[in-house]
Design a protein around this ligand. Structure first.
Ligand SMILES: O=C(O)CCC(=O)C(=O)O
Length: 314
């Protein structure tokens, strides 16, 4: 039985079997697949683990080509040519809503090892919290040091809300903006604040992943090299981080302007800081974009149907 002096001790909780990791994270452990037990142990101790070369060179090449194609057009979202604030990074390009834009990235979030890690740290039916590209350009400075659960105002030690990952499409090096992190900072309470001096770069070859708990302090690194650092970030969150009713889908989009603005906002056509955005924009703007596309799609489908009817008359 672990003692209180041990950084990994079980504390009494209203929920049986909740584990508290140092003064940072508490969580309900799920299924521990023996094939990833050593990786789980590394995460418990350090807050992160590097999974070298888990994606094939072909998967990486395909993703890079697609990322370059998406970045070169003008319809890949508002941050695809450069960030709009310090956090996104003015010299960092991001393409949000990736699954909507291409099928080239689908296998990244469902890699067997990553799912097995999440099966342990998160509760069944966990979700993808965000999935987008992060392309750090030469000259970018270090991103603000943060934890990915920073918008959730609960004191540490706090329940684990999710996990984060960075996938290297280019090798991450000490100079090209590799994600920097503070090993063990998932154990810290609210009394300890991070400093740059404590950070180490997650150096890894292309096609690798750094997996971390979202109570770990980290940031995008400064890119002092002359090359871009292309990557994907995939974050996962607990299944209960959502409303009971999925109102933005349940609500027909035809006549949203007839609904009081305050009510629309309460229904989720709104954001909390950047939580709830649609392709990097407000959900209300996102809905109008989707409506336009659906109408165009429906017209094309009708044309196809009309074409078939004409053909059958010939
Ligand atoms: O680009 C990176 O290495 C980290 C990015 C990140 O942590 C974020 O944007 O939340």
């Amino acid at each position: 039985m672990a003692s209180k002096a041990d950084p990994f001790y079980a504390r009494s909780s209203t929920i049986h079997d909740r584990v508290q990791v140092g003064n940072g994270t508490t969580f309900l452990p799920g299924k521990k697949d023996p094939s990833v037990a050593h990786l789980i142990d590394h995460v418990l101790e350090h807050g992160y683990v590097i999974l070298p070369s888990i994606y094939t060179p072909t998967q990486v090449d395909t993703a890079i080509k697609e990322l370059d194609r998406l970045q070169s057009n003008n319809s890949s979202g508002p941050a695809s040519k450069g960030g709009r604030n310090e956090f996104e990074g003015f010299k960092t390009k991001r393409i949000y809503a990736l699954t909507d834009k291409s099928r080239a990235f689908d296998y990244f979030p469902i890699h067997d090892i990553v799912l097995k890690l999440n099966d342990y740290f998160l509760q069944p039916n966990y979700l993808i919290n965000s999935f987008h590209t992060v392309d750090i350009m030469p000259g970018e400075s270090g991103q603000v040091i943060h934890t990915d659960d920073g918008l959730i105002n609960l004191p540490r030690p706090r329940p684990l809300m999710g996990t984060g990952t960075m996938v290297s499409l280019d090798a991450f090096t000490a100079t090209n903006g590799a994600t920097t992190l503070i090993p063990g900072s998932h154990l810290w309470g609210d009394d300890r604040k991070p400093t740059r001096e404590e950070m180490i770069p997650a150096i890894m070859p292309a096609g690798s992943m750094v997996f971390f708990l979202n109570t770990l302090w980290h940031s995008g690194g400064a890119n002092t090299s002359d090359k871009q650092r292309r990557s994907l970030t995939i974050q996962y969150c607990q299944p209960w981080i959502r409303t009971y009713e999925n109102m933005t889908v349940a609500q027909g989009w035809e006549n949203l302007d007839q609904i009081p603005k305050r009510l629309l906002s309460l229904m989720g056509f709104s954001t909390h800081d950047f939580m709830g955005y649609v392709d990097g924009r407000s959900p209300r703007v996102g809905v109008e974009m989707r409506k336009k596309r659906l109408i165009e799609w429906a017209l094309k489908e009708r044309e196809k149907e009309n074409g078939k009817t004409q053909d059958s008359k010939l």
